[in-house]
Design a protein around this ligand. Structure first.
Ligand SMILES: [Zn+2]
Length: 115
């Protein structure tokens, strides 16, 4: 459903097929829940995070194509094959293990507790 694309120094998760708004792009329910966030983990509940091989490569965007809903990555709009999948890290992550400067707006992305 999703695959990891690497180009030069860029790495991201992309769609293999078309998706409709509201469809689940990635199911995280089989992932182990962990307590300590890492650079690549995704926060799914208060104090719980998961590591997923492809999910780890989903980049941040302030105007994202997806969101984390429960244990799923869900499309916020219709997506075409080979579109990049992004979500807003500030919406689900309390505190980022690895804060960084956003490419679209230059703002430091720290997690929602810092918003
Ligand atoms: Zn931004």
């Amino acid at each position: 459903m999703l695959y990891v694309k690497k180009e030069d120094r860029y790495k991201g998760a992309f769609t293999r097929t078309n998706f409709n708004k509201g469809q689940i792009l990635l199911d995280l329910s089989m992932c182990l829940l962990i307590r300590d966030p890492s650079r690549t983990s995704i926060q799914v509940h208060d104090g719980f995070h998961v590591e997923h091989e492809v999910g780890a490569c989903i980049n941040h965007a302030c105007d994202p194509s997806c969101k984390i809903e429960g244990l799923s990555v869900v499309a916020l709009r219709d997506l075409k094959e080979d579109e990049e999948v992004t979500f807003n890290y500030n919406e689900n992550e309390d505190v980022l293990a690895n804060p960084f400067e956003c490419k679209c707006c230059g703002k430091m992305i720290l997690g929602r507790k810092h918003e």
